[in-house]
Design a protein around this ligand. Structure first.
Ligand code: ADP
Length: 292
């Protein structure tokens, strides 16, 4: 009963709640609490599992890095070990005087010489790849005249071109100096000009050094087998070799262009290719002009 201040009954409030409905409300709240608790436990378990996986991945990553390092160390050690017997063979080869040899012997010695040179450059490439992968390659940058290096490279590859009846030409022009490591630039050019000779069955290879804007470009042009647009896109990848009828008899490792691209970009340069399959290719190396 609701009474006023004088005690008179003014109205009534009817309560229609039994203990059963109180129990129901309580039970519902307990169920909700359990659901929330289960949810929290599930989320915590999920986080723990993920955390364990992250730890697993970290351990796996460290192990993989160790194995990778071991592989690099082994390859590098094996390549260095190969260098020693190679230099002994080279040394003895140079001591053989050709006057006393028959033509057959001379031919044999020349073949051994070529094989030794090939093996030597393969060993050099392997050592370079390991160095580049580990970021250990250093460039001894100097102000240089590109024409001097190109002339040296053209001279050294002249006999290789002649063996294939190709003409290899370089016309000297006066251009600005660039900053580069002369030894590494020479290595890059030997790869590019060497490839031009290797992948050109007939015709010619020409090298041009030009200056445009603030850049010096070296263009190596051949009239060889050419490269399709699709192959050009992946050309500078490690171990990439284009497999086709024209290349099946040509040996190589697919490392030369990758190494060349690393060298060029390490010296602030750019490398690109323009080619038409069946017609020939242009490889272009460009570097900023050295500012005084
Ligand atoms: P390798 O010559 O040892 O195979 P490279 O990395 O020097 O390796 O070259 C990768 C591939 O690019 C070669 O296998 C060849 O198919 C292609 N290539 C390179 N230079 C030329 C070129 N001047 N003309 C046609 N194809 C070329």
């Amino acid at each position: 009963a609701l009474t006023d201040t004088l005690g008179e009954v003014r109205g009534f409030v009817f309560l229609d709640t039994s203990m059963a409905s109180v129990d129901n409300v309580a039970a519902r709240n307990v169920r909700n609490a359990y659901a929330i608790l289960l949810g929290i436990i599930f989320v915590i378990a999920l986080l723990l599992v993920r955390q364990a996986k992250v730890v697993d991945y970290a351990v796996l990553y460290r192990k993989l890095k160790d194995v990778d390092q071991m592989k690099d160390d082994f390859v590098s050690m094996a390549a260095h070990e190969l260098r020693t017997p190679l230099s002994v063979i080279k040394g003895y080869l140079s001591m053989i005087s050709p006057e006393r040899l028959t033509d057959t012997d001379k031919e044999g010695i020349s073949r051994v010489n070529i094989s030794v040179e090939n093996l030597n450059s393969l060993v050099g490439d392997i050592l370079d790849v390991v160095k580049m992968d580990q970021g250990r390659i250093r460039f001894d940058m100097k102000e240089i005249d590109v024409s001097d290096i190109v002339a040296e490279v053209a001279d050294s590859l002249q006999s290789l071109a002649k063996e294939k009846n190709l003409t290899l030409s370089f016309v000297r022009s006066s251009i600005s100096h660039i900053y580069a490591d002369p030894v590494r630039l020479k290595q890059a050019l030997i790869n590019i000009v060497g490839n031009a000779i290797k992948y050109t069955p007939q015709g010619n290879v020409s090298v041009m050094a030009t200056e445009e804007g603030e850049r010096v470009s070296i263009r190596v042009r051949d009239t060889g087998i050419g490269i399709s647009a699709e192959d050009q896109r992946k050309l500078f990848g490690k171990f990439l070799r284009i497999r086709s009828k024209e290349t099946e008899d040509i040996r190589g490792t697919g490392l030369g262009l990758w190494i060349t691209a690393q060298i060029v970009s390490g010296m602030n340069g750019k490398i690109s290719v323009e080619s038409i399959k069946g017609k020939g290719s242009d490889f272009i190396l460009s570097f900023p002009v050295a500012t005084p």
